[in-house]
Design a protein around this ligand. Structure first.
Ligand SMILES: Cc1ncc(COP(=O)(O)O)c(C=O)c1O
Length: 267
């Protein structure tokens, strides 16, 4: 049996995407039911997650959405299946973006090191990030953003990726900052300096260090360098305040150079 129907690629009335497609297609009853169940699945998955994602920008659809069920990226994006992407985070505090410019500098440096071509210049990226925060109405939370070589295929080479991508998500509220915490030394090998100084999405060593810390009753794990000196935590830097009130921090030649001067920035 065939049904003629009009599908809009918009699932929610509150969707704020600028691009809006209408397709006239013919579906078998089975395909029609499949489509409905995918939509139901996507909505029920979201309701199971206790998250508050307030807005997303994607250069793939070329706009900002406030509908969490539309906050998706293509599975053939090389950031997804090859880890060919970089990211950064800026805290949103009392309606202000904390050290956005410094984080943006690190973001663009990482993109250069990862050979990700820039889709937009720095000031356009900055403006898109600010507009996404503004559209979200979020005053306390996190702005997370990614640059990817983009979608195209499932190859290793990025030569088939015609369009690099920029994504940004606003999450609220941000994680609670612990007043103090226990850490353990990680048994997961530290990244080599070439990869430790860039903020790529290859965070498996970081994730395993965090898991190992939690498995041992700690907040997270921290790495020592090849000489046994303290290097950095799974997603934060480490510093020591001496008895003379001096702040000692490791050199940044083998670790990610930080921009957050106070507390934790779970990037
Ligand atoms: C591995 C690693 N080191 C250090 C940091 C601290 O960087 P910042 O606080 O400047 O964002 C982060 C956080 O993003 C990180 O992931």
């Amino acid at each position: 049996m065939y049904l003629t129907t009009t599908i809009t690629l918009v699932y929610h009335a509150n969707l704020r995407i600028i691009c809006f497609l209408e397709l006239k297609i013919i579906l078998t009853m089975q395909q029609w039911q499949g489509l409905l169940s995918i939509q139901t699945m996507s909505l029920s998955c979201l309701s199971l997650r206790n998250q508050n994602y307030m807005a997303m920008y994607s250069s793939i659809f070329g706009g900002i959405t406030k509908d969490p069920s539309a906050m998706v990226i293509p599975i053939d994006d090389h950031m997804v299946h090859r880890g060919h992407g970089v990211f950064d985070t800026a805290a949103i505090m009392d309606g202000h973006l904390y050290e956005l410019d410094q984080h943006l500098d690190r973001f663009l440096r990482s993109a250069l090191m990862a050979k990700i071509p820039l889709l937009f210049d720095r000031s356009t990226i900055r403006s898109i990030l600010i507009q996404t925060v503004s559209a979200s109405n979020c005053t306390q939370g996190s702005l997370r953003y990614w640059l990817s070589v983009g979608p195209g295929d499932f190859q290793l080479s990025s030569s088939g990726c015609a369009n690099p991508a920029l994504y940004a998500v606003i999450e609220s509220p941000s994680l609670q900052v612990p007043a103090g915490c226990k850490v353990v030394t990680s048994s997961i090998p530290i990244k080599s300096p070439q990869f430790a100084v860039m903020k790529s999405v290859n965070y498996l060593p970081n994730a395993l260090t965090k898991v190992e810390g939690e498995e041992n009753g700690a907040f997270t794990g921290i790495w020592l360098d090849d000489k046994g000196f303290v290097a950095e935590g799974s997603n934060m830097n480490v510093g020591f305040v001496t008895a003379d009130k001096e702040l000692l921090i490791p050199c940044f030649d083998k670790i990610l150079s930080p921009h957050s001067k106070a507390g934790f920035d779970p990037g």
